[in-house]
Design a protein around this ligand. Sequence first.
Ligand code: SF4
Length: 94
Amino acid sequence: MDELEHKYEVEIKTTEERQKIPDKVKEELRESGMMDEKGKLKLKGVSPKMLKKMKQEYVDCPVFKENIHFVQCFVCPNFQSRVTGKVLCKGDKL
Ligand code: SF4
């Protein structure tokens, strides 16, 4: 596999706490058809089991400088891929 160009390798952390996706992000997800009216996520290529896991995950984002729900990170324009517990992040200013 080619080495993707990325600026950051961001560690994926897990939490037992319930995490909320910000309303603005939910709106974007709905607009792009990745969330239905009931707020259920529909991500392509992501199984329900994986999704359940993703909901417990977050990253300490180096761009937004705060903890970001993994689902939000996954759909972020800077997201390149996920490898062994890390997100390869382009690191562009958003
Ligand atoms: S992909 Fe987006 S949300 Fe994820 S770490 Fe990079 S800038 Fe932050």
